[in-house]
Write a protein that binds this ligand. Structure first.
Ligand code: PLP
Length: 451
């Protein structure tokens, strides 16, 4: 039995942990992290770990970036807080909206700021409803999301999420959310089905769902380009073009959840550009500020803006927004983050480092425990299986993925175990080639111990 230190006992006594097996946590206690520099983070005993998950898919520029610290400090000194309610504004919000409008892969008219990915996707749900009421088609409200999607945990965004743990006993999803298949070829393909046949079948299923519900009732489709928390699912190249065609046919508003894939993670500015679809709107968060401060955003096309303007003329106030919408400190840090991405050519950096990263993943596919290794850009996952030939998963009760994560921590690497014992890897985008090799050397040792 582990003997827990004083800090661990205090944590267990006081903190309700998000996304944690609460029963197991009482026995194991927390990993207490104290400081970080670059891609490394150090625990309270001084042991180093590689940030193999960039925190939670977010710490793109690594720890301790002096320019970001300076941007936050300078803004805190100048104007510590100002809100955007009742038409008030400030330079950092305007400049960040201009920057996002200039770079977004959408026909953007306005930018709406939030504090988290969940709030961004909640905002998407509300804007879709508001727009369709304003356009005089109040029946067109249903939103299609995918099995295994992760769009957040607030009531509406958790309903878009397609993972059981986010619904069970929370009495979710809310009505009006429809579910279509996850494009996981390794798990979802039928015997002998080619990738192309698989994606044609998924597109046909989507179309059948829309027709069964009535196209006049279906408003939007939301997707992550590469699914993150659902298991790092990289769809076949033909998937999104076929899905986009179905969405176009039935006038669906397409939302790309770029919370993980945005700002270069896949080696393109936005994930939808790597996967070949044309969203009407994107949700961004995480790497928008390199995770230094919470901030998120939703892009709003002209049609949506015109509709909300029209509704506001009728109703009065546009009744949505958060105290911290466009917080000046968060906006200043995000602006500096975007400036650093541009100056340091982060998209090109990721594209240049991706082959080395993906070669390590391909090598791991030969490991006896790894059923499937997949990735794109600088994000990847390895799915651990009990039997490679039959793809049989381990009994979840065995906690094989969690054991691998524990061994990785002992070897000095932070990774995460997702559903189906998929180990996810998503390092800071500034990771060097030598650090990529070191990350995988530590993962190799963890896998050898998991066997
Ligand atoms: N969307 C995606 C694709 C995510 O990965 C996440 C979080 O991991 C969210 C939305 C929710 O973001 P947040 O945790 O900031 O609410």
């Amino acid at each position: 039995m582990t003997v827990l230190g004083n800090q661990a006992v205090r944590d267990i006594e006081t903190v309700l942990h998000p996304y944690t097996n609460l029963a197991a946590h009482r026995d194991t206690g927390p990993l207490m992290l104290e400081r970080g520099k670059g891609v490394f983070v150090y625990d309270s005993r001084g042991k180093d770990y590689i940030e193999g998950m960039a925190g939670l898919w977010c710490l793109s520029l690594g720890h301790g970036h002096e320019e970001l610290i300076e941007a936050a400090t300078a803004q805190l000194r100048k104007l510590s807080f100002a809100h955007l309610f009742n038409g008030k504004s400030h330079d950092p919000a305007v400049e960040l909206a201009e920057a996002l409008k200039g770079m977004a892969p959408t026909p953007t008219s306005k930018v709406f700021f939030c504090n988290s990915g969940s709030e961004a996707n909640d905002t998407q749900v509300k804007l879709v409803r508001y727009m369709n009421n304003a356009l005089g088609r109040p029946a067109k409200k249903k939103i299609i999301a995918r099995d295994k999607a992760y769009h957040g945990v607030t009531v509406a965004s958790a309903s878009l999420t397609g993972l059981a743990a986010n619904h069970t006993d929370f009495d979710l999803p809310i009505p009006g959310i429809l579910r279509t298949a996850c494009p996981h070829y390794y798990r979802g393909a039928q015997d002998g089905e080619s990738e192309d046949d698989f994606t044609s079948r998924l597109a046909a299923e989507l179309e059948a769902l829309i027709l069964a519900e009535g196209p006049e009732t279906v408003a939007a489709f939301i997707a992550e380009p590469v699914m993150g928390a659902g298991g790092v699912v990289v769809p076949p190249a033909s998937y999104f073009p076929k899905i986009q065609a179905v969405c176009d046919t039935y006038d669906l508003y397409v939302i790309s959840d770029e919370v993980i894939c945005g700002f270069g993670r896949l080696g393109t500015p936005f994930g939808c550009q790597a996967l070949g679809f044309r969203p009407d709107s994107i949700s961004v968060a995480k790497a928008l500020s390199s995770a230094y401060v919470p901030i998120a955003a939703v892009t709003v096309p002209e049609t949506m803006y015109e509709a909300t303007l029209e509704a506001s003329r009728r109703i009065g106030v546009f009744g949505h927004g958060f105290t911290y919408t466009g917080h000046p400190v968060a906006a200043a840090v995000a602006l500096k983050t975007l400036e650093i991405y541009a100056r340091e050519k982060i998209v090109e950096q990721v594209a240049a480092k991706a082959p080395q990263f993906l070669a390590h993943l391909r090598r791991l596919a030969d490991h006896p425990l790894v059923g499937n290794a997949r990735g794109l850009g600088l994000v990847g996952g390895i799915e651990l299986v009990a039997d490679k030939a039959t793809k049989r998963s381990f009994d979840p009760k065995l906690g094989v993925g969690a054991r691998c994560v524990r061994f990785a921590e002992e070897e000095g690497l932070i990774v995460r175990a997702l559903a189906s014992d998929t180990i996810s890897i998503c390092p800071p985008m500034i990771i060097t080639p030598a650090e990529i090799d070191e990350l995988f050397a530590r993962l190799d040792r963890a896998l050898a111990r998991t066997l």
